[in-house]
Design a protein around this ligand. Sequence first.
Ligand code: DOR
Ligand code: ZN
Ligand code: ZN
Length: 354
Amino acid sequence: MTNLITLPGLVDVHTHLRVPGGEHKEDFASGTAAALAGGITTVLAMPNTSPPLTQPAVLAETLEKAQRSIFCDVGLFAGASPESIANLVELSPSTVALKIYLNDTFGPLRVEDLPTLNKCFRLWPRSKVIAMHAEGQSVAVGIGLAAAYQRPVHFCHISRKEEIELIAAAKAQRLPVTCEVTPHHLFLTQDDAEQLGPLGDMRPRLAAAEDVAALWAHIHSTVDCIATDHAPHTLEEKQSDTPPPGVAGLETSLPLMLTAVKEERLTLDRLIKMMATNPRQIFKLPIQPDTHIEVDLDDEYTITNEMMHSKCGWTPFAGRQVVGRVQRVVLRGQEVYSQGQVTAEPGSGKVLIV
Ligand code: DOR
Ligand code: ZN
Ligand code: ZN
């Protein structure tokens, strides 16, 4: 039996494609193939690369590489750091948004001082979003900046009860803030982290059951987007003495969320809002005409490491039962993915400039 439904091409506003410098973990071809396999036709790629996307020359070279190899549409984030703050204006025309890391995570990008934060808010064009990796009380810092400068701030991977409640309070005051939540923070807890070891380690870390419950309690209200924070690292790196934080997510996000729809934890309408409509609206992304995905809702299966298109070849969700398999993806009238295979030409995706 098949029960095919058609959905809009999904948008992931938080993907690590690892170019430049981390191509052994992922590259533009493998990462955008993984996106299509997950029903995602637009990804926004993070700037914590090596070197990071804080220099115009690095950005220009990275855009060229992307244009040669991407299978779906890709927009790049510019990165903020105290040393390269003067570059922000020059980076802005060829990126979709600015990413500021306020807390510790993978890579060297960090902004931990108020003078630099002020400069980010003064220099970055008002027409473009500022996104933040902010954990705990850093969320309050971000809300304060959004209020003071009266401009949109998007909070990445919100994972704790007190954070989602603070964002709900900020929204109630009509402050221009939005947020995303990842599937791993919705479907895994600290207990899973213990079982998974380094394969369950990411930033923000997996949280308590109470935090997960709070995220679900806000799923029809405060949570604007589901974003994957697809952060691939090789198994070898994960099993080393210094495992880097991060897990893949592009290919498991939709089936996990569709399984939650089946279990009546959210509606299909809400899923479409959080995985397509809202991300597009918040980041002002262009619509993709004649674009849709076809998903078999009757296909029940177990997630395996082997089915991953991502170079990393593993997922913390291996062994989990889900429903909903992406059968086919059509991008601008062209079939780009069918029955597990990418059918697009490398470079047929567009680099997004907003
Ligand atoms: O777990 C994470 N991994 N969190 C981040 O913020 C960065 C990411 C990465 O780039 O590996
Ligand atoms: Zn982050
Ligand atoms: Zn990330």
